[in-house]
Design a protein around this ligand. Structure first.
Ligand SMILES: [Zn+2]
Length: 417
């Protein structure tokens, strides 16, 4: 197995048709009539795809372990088992109206890398490790990307096991229900480097006609809970000037959010994704509104500046409208630069394959962003149609998926020797 020459490994390609078939085969677990996937983390459907994944890995000769938060690790031995494994993977859970590619591509392309190496009889010096991280999406249990965060040491296992979904079920109970509370301590697995292949989930690669995004890092994220306290009053009898309408306060604040993000553009984005009138009624002027705010930029200083301007806007609007507009920051993740060496390996792999490419920053959060705090890490992006993701219509081409798998394969070979 060790006799393979470098030139023959450089010519090695993943089987794009087999990868495509695998993506569509697993899409039945939680498949929706509109062609998407509803596979919330630790649901019965997640259990089914995990079972499928374990069997497929074992059929490829891999040894599969599970940690205490359900993350699956599939190991292919290396020639030098004293080296930490080169790891790659992503997640198999989806949003409730998720697509077939978000996360799935990175895991199944990883499986395709293992199968391709097996078919070619190629061994690596360092072992290889394919990972399916638990709960990347954060739709059922918050926070998102909790298992990789625990791996990186940002949470204890017990903190995560105690998190509850909307029905009151804990992560521990959900893991037990599908038989995926494993015996390995979280964070115990050594990982020498981590590479995650993912659809871009944005429009840049497609718009520029590039096949590969060489991801340099993840942007910073700040989450806020907002609350506006105006005053409930009769919709028929309260003259307009006397009103303290919390919904109008939010409307004005939402436009300020847009203005501030645009002023820090083009990388800055800010979103009010949830807004609720508390005690809503058709004939009552809204007195209280709760909302969420998600703000992102690759630069830490820009996050600071935007937050200061948002607080200023909230105070000004609240003062003028005689209401309180409170913003509390509930989470902040600093921008994550990826490892220059692993990024260079991705770039060299894409170049060696003759694929068009550009450097890019990840707009979404990913498990790789958590891993980067502990392990040399980078990501590979491929385009998705119209930049649409977290949607049943999410789409990527067979050719781009295959190209991404080829880059993953060649990156792994460079890193693992
Ligand atoms: Zn994802």
């Amino acid at each position: 197995m060790s006799q393979t020459s470098p030139s023959s490994t450089h010519n090695l390609r993943a089987d794009g048709a087999r990868l495509w078939a695998t993506i569509h085969e697993t899409a039945r677990f939680g498949g929706t009539p509109k062609g998407g996937i509803n596979r919330l983390t630790l649901s019965a459907e997640d259990g089914q795809v995990r079972d499928w994944f374990r069997e497929a890995c074992e059929a490829a000769g891999l040894t599969v372990g599970v940690d205490a938060l359900g993350t699956q690790y599939a190991l292919r031995p290396g020639q030098d088992m004293s080296l930490p494994p080169v790891a790659f993977g992503s997640h198999l859970d989806t949003q409730p109206t998720g697509g077939k590619f978000d996360g799935v591509l990175g895991v199944l392309a990883g499986l395709e890398v293992m199968r391709t190496l097996n078919d070619a009889g190629i061994g690596t010096r360092a072992p290889l490790l394919l990972v399916n991280w638990t709960n990347e999406e954060g739709s059922r249990f918050a926070p998102a990307m909790m298992a990789s965060a625990a791996y990186a040491g940002d949470f204890t296992t017990d903190e995560i096991l105690a998190k509850r979904d909307a029905a009151g079920t804990t992560v521990a109970e959900a893991l037990d229900a599908i038989g995926y509370r494993g015996g390995e301590a979280v964070g115990e697995r050594a990982i020498g480097a981590f590479v995650e292949l993912h659809i871009e989930q944005g429009p840049i690669l497609e718009a520029e006609g590039k096949t590969i995004g060489v991801v340099e890092g993840g942007q910073g994220i700040a989450w806020f809970d907002g609350r506006i306290e105006g005053f409930e009053s009769h919709a028929g009898t309260t003259p307009m000037p006397r009103r303290r309408d919390a919904l109008l306060g939010l409307s004005e604040f939402a436009l300020a959010v847009e203005r501030i993000a645009l002023a820090h553009g083009p990388s800055a984005v800010a979103t009010i994704g949830e807004a609720t009138i508390l005690a809503p009624s058709r004939n009552v002027v809204p007195g209280q509104v709760a909302f969420t705010l998600d703000m992102r930029d690759p630069r830490s200083a820009t996050l600071d500046a935007m937050e200061a301007e948002l607080r200023e806007a909230a105070a000004e609007i609240g003062g003028r409208r005689r209401m309180t507009l409170a913003l509390s920051r509930i989470w902040r993740k600093e921008p994550v630069p990826f490892d220059a060496g692993v990024v260079a390996a991705v770039e060299a792999a894409a170049e060696g394959l003759g694929l068009s490419r550009r450097r890019i920053v990840s707009g979404a959060g990913h498990d790789a962003c958590n891993l980067a705090g502990r392990v040399p890490t980078a990501m590979i992006f491929v385009p998705c149609k119209d930049g649409v993701s977290h949607n049943e219509s999410e789409s990527a081409t067979q050719g781009d998926c295959a190209a991404g798998a080829d880059v993953l394969l060649q990156t792994v070979l460079r890193l693992a020797g």
